[in-house]
Design a protein around this ligand. Structure first.
Ligand SMILES: Cc1ncc(C[n+]2csc(CCOP(=O)(O)OP(=O)(O)O)c2C)c(N)n1
Ligand SMILES: [Mg+2]
Length: 648
């Protein structure tokens, strides 16, 4: 049997029937479709979504619900926030018109792919028939009429296709689903849809539209690989776990806790992995790397075996390959993605984090890290927590320090509430200072660290909590720079009746890049929001009123000047039904407690500036500490084997 539908109608009908199963729990994969309409999708995907909603009004059946966004980049961020909070087991589609609507999604797609979060992008594309070309917003590449702006989405998508014939669609949809639901492959998936093809009808095999379940299997680690890794760990004197986002997506926190408690190995966390253990677990040593705690970074410096679980070892995590300083450090990497498992010349364990941790725990039965190592880790973590408390209680005035603001927000929010952030000076401060009490409590996008993710991503997180039936406030922390880049989805939150608590930290510019600039000899050049004078951008502070700006978008606004006011406003925001933006000024020149680690940002090799020359000297010193981490994880050659190259 076949059904006659347009390509767009077939896509919508197909997406509605996709389910995912993990651990025996079956849930719908698509929560809905974000979209902004233009001539490239209004009569294609737009018509199909409308038809779907009308049909559902009659039948009451589940549909791909349409959500209206203000900005295409933001809608992809919202989709990512949603999927990340749902452990990648649910996602959104995003439809955009041809041209600028589609290219606006490029940044969101890159963010999704880098963070390994599923999102299905459905950009409109230029006419497949080319009869009426150039269509409004068409690129027109004189070298090939086959190119459109949607080709920009190729490098940032894990699967990319352009449907120029209806017959191509079923295979592409199946490939899209395979990638979206595969934890090792997932990211942005793009199906570019020429505007004429969207509206073209085909006779579709009804099997395309039957309910389909995609199984997310928990791949066990191969026994021989496990044996190699176990041998390394058993020899370790100062092992350290680095927990990444994979621990959270695999819902492996309990398995990690069991591993840590059975073996005594301390656990450090990356940005994406923060919350893998509660901050006050005796073996939790907190943030690692360039934004790390003194505890985690001291343990990393001495670690002889590093057990990375679900981490991709970004330069922040490794402090640009300096944080692991033991001359013979070896790595054991448990990761569902072979690409990540093999990083740093590790003994690789390719598999699911939860199953793999269970396997490792069992294989190491009876073994424990030296007692002194575990107790040292606990003592170092306590010392760091005292540093955190002092930062929370900083007593700066009249304008408070950012760390004090974080302290108040941490104290007033409930353990299950989610803090959302992405760029500026707050992610680093949060990584070091935030006391995470729930595995879902910390949502900082630091794979792409994209200014503008905060509010849009937070909206997606809140929608995810509502769909999951969870009672969580979502607290978005956003700097003035990020706010100015993309506050647009506050309007969407108002429209959808979704409640966010946004803490807008006003420090009149880029405190983060200002501090970085100063440390690199660049004198905070171009990082403050100041009037232009004859000598540059060094006049009075600009008269922006972001509280008034937020109020104009239809949200509740509280403008506070001190920590007591912040606390009161947070309580009121908690009690409110609608979105609140709390505006507070902080002093950009009060830094949070410093991390001992380095981050590689190259400094000019020659310069007429004394500040730059001094910074270059310091840079070269740090550069000399940088390691390749190339030592084979298995340095002993099996007996009887010969090296064909003749090298020893
Ligand atoms: C889209 C984007 N552009 C540029 C950057 C580089 N960048 C990182 S932080 C930052 C400044 C952020 O300013 P603000 O949100 O006010 O936070 P603050 O640094 O003041 O804490 C910039 C420009 C980025 N991360 N994302
Ligand atoms: Mg700022």
């Amino acid at each position: 049997m076949t059904t006659r539908l347009t390509v767009a109608q077939a896509i919508v009908r197909f997406l509605e029937q996709q389910y995912v199963e993990r651990d025996g729990v079956v849930t719908p994969f698509f929560a809905g479709c974000w979209g902004i309409f233009g001539h490239g999708n209004v009569a294609g995907i737009g018509e199909a979504l409308l038809e779907g909603e009308r049909a559902a009004d009659e039948t009451g059946e589940r549909v791909l619900r349409y959500r209206q966004a203000r900005n295409e980049q933001a809608m992809v961020h919202a989709a990512v926030g949603y999927a990340r909070h749902r452990d990648r087991l649910a996602a959104y589609a995003c439809t955009a018109s041809v041209g600028p609507g589609s290219t606006n999604m490029v940044t969101g797609a890159a963010l999704a792919t880098i963070n390994r979060i599923p999102v299905l992008l459905l950009p409109g594309d230029v006419f497949a028939t080319r009869v009426a070309n150039p269509v409004l917003q068409e690129l027109e590449d004189p070298r090939s009429l086959d190119v459109s702006v949607n080709d920009c989405l190729r490098p940032v998508s894990r699967f990319w296709d352009r449907i120029i014939r209806p017959e191509q669609l079923p295979q592409s949809l199946m490939s899209a689903m395979r990638v979206l639901t595969d934890p090792a492959e997932t990211g942005a998936v793009t199906l570019a849809l020429p505007q004429d093809v969207q509206a073209e009808a085909g006779d579709w095999d009804d099997d395309l539209f039957v309910r389909r379940v995609w199984h997310v299997v928990r791949q066990p680690v191969a026994e021989d690989a496990l044996a190699r890794a176990t041998a390394l760990v058993r020899d370790a004197e100062r092992p350290l776990v680095v927990a990444g986002g994979g621990v959270l997506y695999a819902d492996a926190s309990e398995a990690l806790r069991a591993f840590a408690e059975a073996t005594g190995v301390p656990v450090a966390e990356t940005q994406a992995g923060k919350g893998s253990l509660p901050y006050d677990h005796p073996q939790s040593v907190g943030a690692i790397g360039a934004t790390g705690t003194s505890a985690a970074d001291a343990l990393a410096a001495d670690a002889d075996v590093v057990i990375g679980v679900g981490t991709r070892y970004s330069d922040f995590t490794t402090a640009s390959r300096t944080v692991f300083a033991h001359p013979d450090v070896r790595f054991v990497n448990l990761n569902v993605a072979s690409f990540d498992a093999h990083k740093l010349a590790a003994a690789s364990l390719v598999g699911d984090a939860r199953v793999g941790l269970h396997q490792l725990t069992e294989a190491l039965a009876g073994w424990r890290a030296p007692e002194g190592h575990t107790t040292r880790a606990t003592a170092l973590a306590r010392e760091w927590d005292d540093v955190v408390q002092r930062a929370y209680d900083g007593g700066h005035g009249p304008v408070p320090a950012q760390a004090e603001v974080l302290g108040v927000v941490n104290r007033v929010t409930r353990p299950q509430d989610v803090v959302v952030c992405a760029a500026g000076s707050m992610p680093g401060d949060l990584h070091k200072l935030w006391r995470t009490r729930d595995r879902k409590g910390y949502h900082v996008e630091y794979g792409y660290s994209c200014m503008g993710y905060e509010i849009a991503g937070g909206l997606g997180v809140k929608l995810a909590t509502l769909d999951a039936g969870e009672d969580r406030d979502v607290v978005v922390l956003v700097g003035d720079g990020s706010y100015l880049m993309m506050a647009s989805e506050l309007v969407t939150a108002v429209q959808e009746g979704v409640k966010l608590i946004v803490v807008l930290v006003q420090n009149h510019g880029f405190a983060s890049i200002g501090a970085l600039s100063e440390s690199l000899g660049s004198q905070r050049f171009g990082t403050r929001y100041r009037y232009r004078t004859e000598t540059g951008l060094d006049g009075e502070t600009l008269p922006v009123d972001l509280a008034a700006n937020a109020a104009s978008l239809g949200v509740r606004v509280a403008s506070v000047t001190d920590l007591a006011g912040l606390e009161k406003a947070l309580f009121e925001a908690q009690a409110a039904d609608t979105t609140t933006v709390i505006h507070i000024e902080t002093d950009p020149l009060v830094p949070a407690p410093d991390s001992p680690a380095w981050w590689d940002v190259p400094v000019a090799e020659v310069s007429s500036l004394e500040s730059t020359r001094a910074a270059r000297t310091a840079y070269e010193k740090n550069k000399a500490r940088q390691r390749g981490y190339l030592s084979p994880s298995d340095p002993t050659r099996p007996e009887g084997s010969t090296d064909p190259t003749g090298h020893q």
